[in-house]
Design a protein around this ligand. Structure first.
Ligand code: ACK
Length: 951
């Protein structure tokens, strides 16, 4: 048999054995650029020389024709046979994948081989901007790889009619030209190329959290592509929806979401109108036969936002046989003791209007805060006026929420001198409560807010002293009520008088008085300046944090972000709870089962169905019978605190039941429960990106709390809840209660109860709880997450933990922990609290890691790390790694940078230096090898690892 006929013999046999897998469909995130199997006719690829590769037609087992190429010139020397595909357009691919299916003959099984039989062939490619037709130059091609068979077949296999099909996939990228060719170079093998598929990956169009994400082509590099989602029809953004497209064509880390507009409900991945009958359209003449006035509108839904409400309803069941329907909304203000209700004030605004509405929705704004209103919605058609009958309307009663005051709009300059300005202003149009004080912020116009001064004033006027002469100042004012700060006024500009002109501008008639008052003002200013200076120096040396609250840049509450109000400052705590939490009717709550135990009673899961609202799953905390007044107060304090927050990473309060028993706090339901037990249940099952996504959520929630001025004091994985989408939310709020209800809290020598393992040294030593001590606790949560719920400091006693931490020892990196995250932990555990990262910085560091997941591959674990409990902080060396440039850039913004600059850090092998002896020296006893360390060693020995679980 000559070699050609042998090849034909092989191919003939081959086609009767094509595996059905060949016909399988490909994953939806792969876009084919070429699929040889899909071609019915000749592929027409170029073969050079002509007696090399040969195109053969065959059929698969379903008698579907397929085209293959084969070569088997094993009887001849010096083979160099090229097969080149047609020009393949790149489309939007950045990286392409080449999937080859082929069979290859074992050289040993070929009798009488005269040439030099080979068992490999070469795969090459050439990028071009246009089809080069039959022009072909070998040297222009770049080799991708030598392709060898995992399994070659022998004569015996042929006899047994078994053929071994090999599949090999190679990646090529980045590809940048308009198209490319592939080539197969044979140097003397007996090979049949059964199929060639070229594809690229994309993250396919998807809808997540009611936001649609378009087809996205990943980057060629390790970086993720950040994609912003667009809200589906009839929905709007709650938090900007984003996802990341990985190089593998997978969507990762969904952040943010959209919510259905009023009148629409979430069905599948779309928002659909609440179902109602009736048609639309206007203009039908009143004389239409059988016309009658319509019945009342139905299904009124109200969505309250502070002092505005959106009303949404369905068409009436009976439209009166007409389609020319309009709606009218009547607003009534109802005081409990005063019946009947009175019409609303004329300044209440209706958008688009109150009468003649063609749509079934209206927005009502400028209502009073904390007030009951009833809205009556009536439908009319063309015959309503001609056929008077009993008014039929749908009514809905709402209570507006607490609202922050509206901005100050009128500010007046009363007097100016060389270095002072006196101002007064009018109370905001809608104070929405009693104004406690005003915050006046001002700065030199030239300085552009890089440094500014804040004054507080109880009344509507203030004098700004100590100003520079002949200088422009910008000033903003905002009012504060129990609901927090309102929005800031716009910036007003004022100028001080020039040096040569030192009289008040508005009392120029009495020059003498003006001069003397100016002198007095200057003297007073100097005196004040000295006093303030002294006070500041004094406060600086004593309380650096407090000082910054007055003068720092970036440490003041941000304008527009409300400040947390401590419910314990209320004389009557039940007033606080009703200010911040909605009273729910117990009949709206169905308890399903007990899910856990809290300090005050059981925690249950159940459902909440409010009138005109969709039923939702909730968690219900109950106050057990026989409680004392103090217990009731402390129990409800949590609701008063939680009710002030509104953030996707903070557990949401639905309301409280205080008017019937049992007293309950109702919150959103978090399907996966507490983070610590959830992680323990799923040990080693998440990808690095998934863990970082969870950590980012926690950091974002903590940033919101610290912006609000709330210090959590008990941040720990057990106090984070996880929902079915893996979203983590901070929970467990309270003050004295926090530490009493936490089983981890222990009494300190000073009598307080503190969760030692999670708490910063200064908070343990002298109760200095700040957002910086929360950052320390965040570092511990980070460690808990990366070690899948391991107990910080294992079984060490609290006393040993305090001592070791005080002496500079820190927890070692958890198994497989990315170096970047371990570095972040160490930063959170800086002894000097001002050097710890702010939550804003933590969020941005984690965002950078998510965008650059390659940096997560560098781990802080080493095989050479001794089995120790703690690492001496001073022996940890950290500097830059090229591949972590981005991460380090972000680290450079941290104050700790100086501590590490100039130290060389090549791998994390150097991280662990402390021996058991060292630990003994500081009084740390090693309590046997711990679970994680043992498992990490086992894992290193076996090199086995589970894949991520789908969540
Ligand atoms: O880990 P778990 O199942 O999650 O056990 C605790 C238990 O109640 C005592 O706190 C669970 N739990 C608390 N709040 C919620 C919530 N909002 N949703 C679901 N489970 C909750 C917690």
């Amino acid at each position: 048999m000559d070699c050609k006929s042998r090849a034909l013999f092989i191919s003939t046999l081959f086609f009767s054995f094509i595996h059905p897998a060949l016909l399988s469909t490909h994953p939806s995130n792969e876009v084919n650029l070429l699929d040889s199997k899909a071609s019915q006719g000749e592929l027409g690829w170029m073969s050079y020389p002509s007696h090399g590769w040969e195109e053969i037609s065959g059929v698969d087992e379903h008698y579907t024709p397929i085209r293959t190429f084969q070569v088997c010139n094993v009887m001849e020397y010096s083979q160099n046979n090229w097969l080149r595909t047609n020009w393949i357009q790149r489309q939007s691919a950045q990286k392409i994948y080449v999937e080859l299916k082929f069979t290859l003959r074992d050289c040993n099984s070929i009798p009488l081989v005269l040439g030099t039989c080979k068992e490999t062939f070469n795969l090459l490619y050439l990028e071009t901007d246009e089809d080069q037709g039959s022009r072909f130059r070998e040297h222009q091609f770049t080799k991708i790889d030598t392709i060898a068979a995992d399994e070659s077949f022998t004569q015996m296999d042929l006899g047994d009619r078994i053929l071994k099909l090999n599949t090999e996939v190679r990646e090529v990228g980045p590809v940048t030209r308009k198209g490319f060719y592939l080539a197969f170079q044979d140097v003397g093998a007996c090979v049949a190329l059964v199929s060639v598929r070229v594809y690229f990956k994309k993250c396919p169009f998807t809808v997540r959290n009611l936001a649609s994400f378009p087809d996205t082509v990943p980057m060629d590099s390790q970086s993720l592509v950040e994609v912003k989602g667009s809200c589906v029809n009839h929905s709007k953004e709650e938090e900007s929806p984003r996802m990341y497209c990985s190089t593998e064509g997978e969507w990762l880390v969904p952040i943010g979401k959209c919510l259905c507009n009023p009148g629409y409900e979430e069905r599948g991945s779309s928002c659909q109108g609440v179902r109602w009958g009736g048609g639309g359209g206007v203009g039908q003449p009143p004389a239409t036969p059988c016309s009658r006035p319509p019945s009342a509108p139905r299904n009124v839904i109200s969505v309250i936002n502070e002092t505005s409400v959106i009303l949404d309803w369905s068409w009436p069941e009976d439209t009166g046989g007409r389609r020319d329907l309009t709606f009218t909304v009547l607003c009534k203000r109802c005081r409990v003791a005063q019946r009947p209700c009175e019409p609303c004030r004329s300044n209440v605004r209706f958008l688009p209007r109150a009468a003649g509405l063609h749509n079934t929705t209206v927005a009502v704004a400028d209502l009073l805060a904390h007030t009951n209103y009833t809205f009556e919605i009536e439908a009319q058609n063309g015959v309503s006026s001609q056929a008077p009958k009993m008014r039929q309307y749908a009514a809905v009663t709402i209570t507006t929420n607490q609202a922050a005051p509206s901005p100050v709009t009128v500010i007046r300059k009363d007097r100016t001198s060389r270095n002072s300005i006196s101002l007064s202003w009018l109370e905001p149009e809608r104070p929405n409560g009693i104004i406690l004080d005003y915050e006046v912020k001002y700065y030199e116009k030239q300085e552009q807010e890089t440094s500014y001064t804040i004054l507080r004033s109880k009344g509507c006027n203030v004098t700004l002293n100590g100003l520079k002469a002949d200088t422009s100042y910008l000033l903003q004012i905002r009012a504060r009520t129990a609901a927090g700060y309102g929005a800031s006024s716009r910036s007003f500009e004022f100028e001080t008088s020039p040096d040569s002109f030192s009289i008040s501008s508005e009392s120029s008639q009495v020059v003498l008085i003006a001069i003397s008052s100016a002198v007095a003002i200057i003297l007073l200013t100097v005196l004040l300046y000295v006093l303030i200076g002294r006070f500041c120096c004094h406060s600086k040396s004593k309380h650096p944090d407090e000082k910054r609250l007055h003068f720092g840049n970036g440490h003041l509450r941000l304008p527009g972000i409300r400040t947390y109000v401590d419910p314990h400052t209320y004389e009557d705590p039940s007033q606080a709870v009703h200010e911040f939490a909605k009273e729910l009717d117990a009949s709206c709550i169905a308890i399903d089962k007990v899910v856990g135990a809290g300090e005050f009673g059981e925690v249950c899961s159940g459902r909440l169905k409010l009138p005109s609202k969709k039923e939702i799953c909730v968690a219900i905390k109950t106050l057990k019978a026989g409680y004392t007044d103090k217990q009731r107060r402390d129990f409800l304090a949590e609701a008063s605190i939680m009710g002030q927050f509104d953030h996707p990473n903070i557990i949401r309060l639905e309301g409280v039941v205080t008017r019937s028993k049992p007293v309950m706090i109702v919150t959103e339901y978090m399907e996966n429960g507490s983070l610590d037990s959830f992680l323990r249940k799923h040990d080693a099952q998440f990808t690095g990106i998934q863990l970082v996504g969870m950590l980012r959520g926690i950091a974002s929630g903590m940033k919101y709390l610290s912006d609000m001025g709330y210090v959590h004091r008990d941040l720990a994985a057990r106090n984070i809840l996880v929902n079915s989408n893996l979203v983590c939310k901070v929970s467990d709020f309270g003050l004295s209660r926090v530490l009493e209800d936490d089983p981890e809290a222990a009494y300190t020598t000073r009598g307080g109860k503190i969760p030692i393992r999670w708490t910063a040294p200064e908070a343990i030593a002298y109760r200095k709880f700040t957002s910086a001590s929360d950052a320390w606790s965040y570092g511990i949560v980070l460690w808990e997450v990366m070690s899948y719920g391991e107990r910080p400091y294992w079984e060490m006693s609290n006393q040993d933990v305090i001592k070791a931490v005080d002496e500079g020892y820190r927890l070692p990196p958890p198994m497989d922990c990315p170096a970047a995250l371990y570095q972040l932990m160490l930063d959170c555990w800086q002894k000097e609290r001002n050097n710890r990262p702010k939550f804003e910085q933590i969020v941005s560091i984690l965002d950078k890691l998510i965008r650059n997941p390659g940096s997560l591959k560098i781990t802080a674990n080493t095989t050479s790390r001794p089995v120790n409990l703690l690492l001496d902080r001073s022996s940890i060396e950290v500097t830059s790694l090229d591949t972590m440039g981005d991460w380090l850039d972000s680290m450079r913004t941290l104050p700790c940078k100086e501590a590490f600059s100039g130290v060389s850090y090549s791998s994390c092998d150097t991280l662990a230096k402390t021996s058991a002896e060292d630990l003994k020296k500081v009084g740390v006893t090693i309590v046997g090898p711990q679970k994680k360390i043992v498992s990490s060693i086992k894992a290193l020995e076996t090199h086995t690892k589970n894949g991520p679980v789908p969540v």
